[in-house]
Design a protein. Structure first.
Length: 255
């Protein structure tokens, strides 16, 4: 049995991971990290702790869906007590991403801004289209629920990165995150990534390729958060068998 620890257990995705683990063969929920008392019932056999070292010691693999600041603390604790880590938290800063890379030198770390199979494939399709349709303007729109804290979504940024890389562009130089006022014409290489927020939308991403006379739009819609929790559990089962290193969801899915 693979013992799984959950960090961010009381969150929207964390709670689903706890539920989905009940039906995951060969895996068991061993420990959850909680700063305060949990507001939901949990099996008495599960260790509930507010100490990250204890969470790591009690787990074969830890799944994190929290906040960037919290993820940073987890990475720091894991550097002292290495364990396979599945990181789903988005909006990480450059410092936090560097910490994640440092951690991956001492333990296997899978970092995915989107754990769904569909988005993993979408990233491949976007790279292919970006390269094949060199003259097409690329624009990305994402929509999420009103509670989402980071913008644009980690998924949209990953898609933009795939598109930019396929054209040998530096995303930091070509990304546009808003247009307002008399800003002039669109430049050739810019890639806009726009974020809309509202209601309970789980996640919708559209990557459009626009030219004179035709356009293609690649769409992905997540209709349930279980897509992410099940994907993270699948990733955890795969990651425990890997040596130290930094992995993506595509590595896990063999895409
Ligand atoms: P949420 O706000 O519902 O949950 C956040 C969790 O983090 C809660 O359990 C909260 O208690 C915990 N937390 C907050 N601050 C903490 C701290 N200082 N120390 C320890 N724990 C702390 O959020 P959510 O919708 O479950 O999303 C969590 C993260 O996962 C976000 O970054 C979101 O963008 C990301 N996300 C990723 C995917 C993916 O597939 N990779 C999918 C959905 C959401």
């Amino acid at each position: 049995m693979i013992k799984v620890g959950v960090f961010g257990a009381s969150g929207r995705v964390g709670k689903l991971i706890i539920e989905d683990l009940k039906n995951s063969e060969g895996m068991q929920l061993a420990a959850v990290y909680a700063r305060r008392e949990l507001d939901f019932a949990i099996e008495p056999s599960v260790l509930v702790t507010s100490d990250m070292a204890t969470l790591l010691s009690a787990s074969d693999v830890v799944i994190d869906f929290s906040l960037p600041e919290a993820c940073e603390k987890l990475l720091e604790a894991a550097l002292k007590n290495p364990k396979p880590l599945v990181i789903g938290t988005t909006g990480l800063s450059t410092h936090q991403l560097n910490l994640l890379k440092e951690a991956s030198e001492a333990m296997p770390v899978l970092y995915a801004t989107n754990m769904s199979l569909g988005v993993a494939l979408l990233n491949k399709l976007v790279a292919q289209a970006s390269q094949a349709l060199r003259d097409f303007d690329i624009e990305i729109v994402e929509m999420h629920h009103r509670h989402k804290k980071d913008a644009p979504s980690g998924t949209a940024l990953t898609l933009a990165e795939s598109a930019a890389k396929a054209r040998d562009l530096d995303l930091d130089k070509v990304r546009v995150s808003g247009r307002d006022g008399n800003i002039g014409e669109r430049s050739r290489d810019e890639i806009a990534v726009m974020a809309l927020r509202g209601g309970d939308i789980v996640g919708r991403h559209t990557v459009g390729f626009y030219n004179d006379g035709e356009f293609i739009e690649l769409n992905h819609t997540a209709t349930s958060r279980n897509t992410f929790s099940k994907g993270a559990i699948r990733a955890a089962a795969w990651l425990v068998k890997q040596p130290e290193g930094l992995y993506s969801i595509s590595d896990c899915l063999g895409l």
